[in-house]
Design a binder for this molecule. Structure first.
Ligand code: NAI
Ligand code: 15L
Length: 274
């Protein structure tokens, strides 16, 4: 629980997709504090249900399974999907068709808010010497970033047409600790990620808001001015890891695209159609 002054239970039924993934493992036990029932879903095995949990396996690309998954759900934390640069076919199935299925199910089942795990790779082709805000045009660094840009546009359309609210969180690097110099700027701690997701769930009015998911890092390329109404206040900072990371990676090659662009190594990963 983040703020004991706020009643932790805010949703009768919350859905967490992608619950078998890395961040799903992090958020699954934490989100239980903010709902009466946490419905957890993935295409993979989710083990046994903890107290107050419901398990419902579903493939995002299966429209009828998604209609059933969204039944009775008040809000969704949508982590499910392909999370790295891969061939187009799986990205199309999980991140494009899957997103349409999720939002169509939300529309027909009456779900009012979605927190969408977008990615910094929507803007991966901005340079590391540029500070960007959330109203600047997308510059995806591959099929994966492109699919997340589609997800954000889809969320915008469902807000405009159907009044479904979304906070699209362009997550930076959510790991126990930054692995390299780039992540000193992109890192978000698990505690800050929880703070951000909960802020996105409970902010009174969000429409469709885009926010970068980062901790209070000393170096940053991202300006969240246009998302102040979400009320996200990061507490952690990558600075406690700075010395160790810089010692481990003393030099960067300024001609390496991975050092030049915000998307890091993603900007040069193979992005073949199949
Ligand atoms: P992950 O790859 O560990 O987990 C994603 C989960 O989605 C997996 O359990 C997978 O089985 C599930 N999934 C994929 N396709 C599916 C389908 N068709 N039907 C049902 N389930 C499906 O990813 P991770 O690291 O946990 O990330 C969670 C979300 O956050 C992803 O959407 C990712 O793009 C986004 N994100 C994560 C970042 C990070 O630092 N971990 C950074 C930026 C964005
Ligand atoms: C992402 O979108 C990926 O899901 C994650 O695996 C990290 O690589 C992260 O971006 C990043 O940019 O560090």
């Amino acid at each position: 629980m983040l703020n004991p002054k706020v009643s932790p239970i805010v949703f009768p039924k919350l859905l967490l997709t992608g619950a078998a993934g890395q961040l799903g493992h992090v958020l699954r036990p934490r989100l239980k504090a903010y709902c009466d029932v946490l419905r957890v879903s993935d295409q993979l095995d989710l083990g046994t249900a903890a107290s107050g949990e419901e398990i419902q396996t579903a493939d995002l690309s299966n429209a009828s399974a998604m209609q059933s998954l969204l039944k009775g759900v008040d809000a969704v934390v949508h982590l499910g999907g392909i999370s790295t640069e891969q061939a187009w076919a799986p990205i199309l199935a999980s991140n494009i068709i899957g997103m349409v299925n999720l939002y169509e199910a939300a529309r027909l089942q009456g779900t009012k808010r979605i927190v969408f795990a977008s990615s910094n790779h929507v803007t991966g082709f901005y340079r590391q010497d540029e500070v960007i805000d959330t109203q600047m045009p997308a510059k995806p660094d591959g099929f994966y970033g492109l699919s997340k840009a589609f997800g954000e546009d889809l969320a915008e359309m469902y807000w405009a047409r159907w009044g479904i609210e979304t906070v699209s969180i362009r997550i930076g690097s959510a790991l126990p600790a930054p692995k390299d110099r780039r992540m000193l700027s992109t890192w978000i701690s698990f505690d800050d990620l929880e703070r951000l997701v909960v802020s996105a769930l409970i902010a009174p009015i969000v429409g469709h808001t885009i926010i970068f998911g980062m901790s209070d890092n000393r170096t940053s390329w991202w300006d969240n001015t246009h998302a102040k109404h979400i009320g996200y206040r990061p507490i952690d900072s990558s600075d406690i890891f700075r010395h160790e990371v810089e010692a481990r990676q003393p030099l960067i090659d300024r001609h390496d695209k991975a050092a030049l662009y915000q998307g890091g190594a993603f900007v040069k990963m193979a992005s073949h159609g199949e």
